[in-house]
Design a binder for this molecule. Structure first.
Ligand SMILES: Nc1nc2c(ncn2[C@@H]2O[C@H](COP(=O)(O)OP(=O)(O)O)[C@@H](O)[C@H]2O)c(=O)[nH]1
Ligand SMILES: [Mg+2]
Length: 638
């Protein structure tokens, strides 16, 4: 059963124009099942009615919405996910207040198909039908219902009902497949308890699928529940997919925690937000200009939220115009880019506009900020632009293909392809070296490169005697901005480009030279001379420092630059040689080893006529750098 595609048709029209009776005439089923609905003769809740049609390979499902002006909220919730509209206009009354409002809402929600039924045809004559048909045509001019069939019916007498049913079946055939991001999402439009079935949520699946045993999340509350059972068309099924009217029996969750307006989704796939960015169209019929920060009712999915409307690019919005806006919500919700919304004013309660969500988890924006506006305009564009904007917005935090997918709500294969094209085009940069590749926008990447170079530069400025910055210090600075893998990628990139170079555990800028003050230059020369002169019997560093009368800090800096240049070689903490003495010692040890295969500390001591301290330091240093190795009391070539 669940294999059959659903065509979801929402009724629309003024109260008492005959929507509910028409659905009953088409299906034999009364949508007004509540006792209150029966008593008052009006629709209060959303009704879902399946139309049986033999030999038809799709399933028409009606959502019967209330027409009462106070129940527009319910109407929007019902109409937000429909494939087509059945606009009902009573032949005797013609186009009325809620006919207009419902029609506006259908337009704002981006509904693309529909049929018009002129109900209560039995109450008027042929002439009136012709006249009304003309009026309705004018009313629908240039809208999505421009070419829609207009069919007179009488639900009481049954005339025209077959024609209408036939037209609906034809229309159903033209409804294409819905766009699927592959990730389960279902705005909840009803919550109830069913005898023997427990707590049930119902809705239309917007994307992905759900099956028995799945864990789902209820948002924005971030509650999880387990799907005990799935029903489509009153039948138990194993799974339900995109576009199906679906009822889910939940366990591990209390009924009191559930309500219309929440959204069921794959855990972790939707992020609750208190802000939404969108493009808003203000209805011409509103007739007034809109000011910044007015409070509106925002209808999105099956939810209604009170919200401040921040105009991002102008001080006022004129009727019939569009603008980029940010909604500041009074309670959180979840949405995805591309979702449609409708806004209504408080008093009088009136639909005044609607549009499309561009960013579903935006930061707070400064108004009139050109970068913000540009970014939003880009989100309005095609998928490549949207994906690029998403990566750009993420800054120094790289995103994987699946993270990008979740943010833009597009199918896996399309996103993967887009990502690899953007990567080839150099718009985004791959951060390699992890299980899942992640990507950084080229601007953020360039920004990190710049930061890295700045860190090295400022280190070298602060340490004028040093030619290098310790690698670990650079790394820890970068890690305040990004993760380790990104740091490595940026660092290696600069190495390859020969902008920086690395020496052991130090890094510097290629071509950087220490420019010392003349007096420092002089001191350095003095230190060098001291070590050169003393040869193998070099002094303790501390002795040199005291002799020159330097502070430990200044002395250390000067020594550092001698080490960096390789003028001095540190054998141990206390034994330092000039490079000439070091090379000479090396030659002597090597020659001895060639002749005798082994050398001991005592042998070297006698050879160089040195104290044991120096001989030990020399051999241990050679062991340390892997030239020799120690075996018991002798050192041999490695
Ligand atoms: N004579 C006549 N009455 C109708 C027709 N359709 C609906 N009605 C009546 O109009 C009233 C409102 O109908 P209902 O379906 O509840 O309207 P809704 O508010 O649009 O759902 C009811 O009393 C119906 O019996 C029709 O085709 N002919
Ligand atoms: Mg009704």
């Amino acid at each position: 059963m669940s294999e059959v595609e659903h065509v979801i048709v929402g009724t629309a029209g003024h109260i008492d124009h005959g929507k509910t009776l028409l659905v009953k005439a088409l299906t034999g089923i009364d949508a007004d099942t509540l006792a209150e609905e029966k008593r008052r003769g009006i629709t209060i809740e959303l009704g879902f009615i399946f139309m049986e049609a033999s030999g038809y390979d799709k399933q028409i499902v009606f959502i019967d919405v209330p027409g009462h002006e106070k129940l527009i909220k319910t109407m929007v919730a019902g109409a937000s996910n429909i494939d087509a509209a059945l606009l009902v206009i009573a032949a005797d009354e013609g186009v009325s207040l809620q006919t207009r409002e419902h029609f506006d809402i259908l337009n704002l929600l981006g509904i693309e198909k529909g049929i018009v039924a002129l109900t209560k045809a039995d109450l008027v004559n042929e002439e009136r039908i012709l006249e009304l048909t003309g009026q309705v045509k004018d009313f629908l001019k240039d809208s999505f219902l421009d070419d829609a069939p207009i069919i007179p019916v009488s639900s009481v007498k049954g005339t025209g009902v077959d024609d209408l049913r036939q037209a609906l079946l034809e229309l159903g055939k033209t409804v294409g497949k819905r766009h699927d991001s592959g990730i389960f999402r279902m705005p909840i439009d009803r919550v109830f308890t069913m005898r023997g079935f427990g707590t049930v949520i119902a809705g239309t699946i917007l994307s992905g699928e759900v099956k028995e045993g799945d864990r789902i999340e209820i948002l924005p509350d971030e509650l999880t529940a387990k799907v005990r059972g799935v029903q489509v068309h009153h039948q138990k099924v194993e799974r339900a997919t995109l576009g199906r009217r679906t009822a889910l029996n939940l366990q591990d969750i209390k009924k009191e925690k559930l309500r219309r307006g929440q959204c069921a989704g794959k855990p972790g796939s939707l992020t609750p937000t208190n802000r939404l960015d969108g493009k808003l169209f203000l209805l011409k019929s509103y007739g007034k200009q809109l000011k910044n920060r007015i409070r509106v009712r925002l209808h999105i999915g099956t939810e209604e939220i009170i919200s401040r409307l921040v105009l991002l690019e102008s001080d006022i919005l004129l009727p019939g115009n569009e603008a980029l806006v940010q909604f500041v919500l009074e309670s959180p919700t979840v949405a995805l880019p591309g979702d449609r919304f409708v806004i209504r004013t408080f008093s009088p309660l009136m639909t005044i506009g609607g549009g499309k969500i561009l960013d579903s988890v935006p930061p707070k924006h400064k108004r009139f900020d050109s970068q913000t506006l540009q970014g939003l305009q880009m989100l309005e564009g095609d998928i490549t632009e949207t994906a690029e904007q998403v990566v750009m917005d993420s800054g120094a935090t790289p995103l994987s293909s699946s993270e990008i997918r979740i943010k833009i709500g597009e199918p896996e294969d399309i996103v993967d392809k887009t990502v690899s094209e953007m990567c080839d085009a150099g718009k985004i940069i791959k951060i390699a070296g992890r299980k899942e590749a992640k990507y950084l926008h080229k601007n953020s990447y360039a920004e990190l490169e710049k930061k890295l170079l700045t860190f090295i530069k400022s280190y070298l400025e602060k340490n004028p005697h040093r030619m290098f910055m310790p690698y670990e210090e650079l790394r820890s600075r970068l890690l305040r901005l990004t993760d380790n893998q990104t740091f490595k990628t940026v660092f290696d990139g600069l190495l390859v480009k020969r902008i920086i170079h690395q020496k052991n555990s130090d890094v510097s800028l290629v071509g950087y030279e220490v420019k010392l003050k003349p007096q420092d230059q002089e001191l350095i020369q003095k230190i060098e001379d001291t070590f050169k002169r003393t040869g193998f019997s070099s002094p303790l560093p501390e002795e040199v420092r005291l002799k020159l009368g330097l502070t430990p800090k200044i002395f250390m800096n000067l020594m550092h630059s001698l080490f960096e240049k390789g003028v001095l070689v540190r054998l141990t903490e206390r034994v330092i040689y000039h490079r000439d003495s070091f090379e000479q010692a090396k030659r002597i040890v090597m020659e001895h080893l060639k002749k005798n295969q082994t050398i001991t500390v005592a042998e070297l001591r006698d050879k160089l006529k040195l104290s044991r301290k120096y001989a030990t330091a020399i051999l241990e240093h050679f062991d340390g750098i892997g030239l020799t190795k120690r075996e018991k009391d002798v050192h041999i070539l490695r």
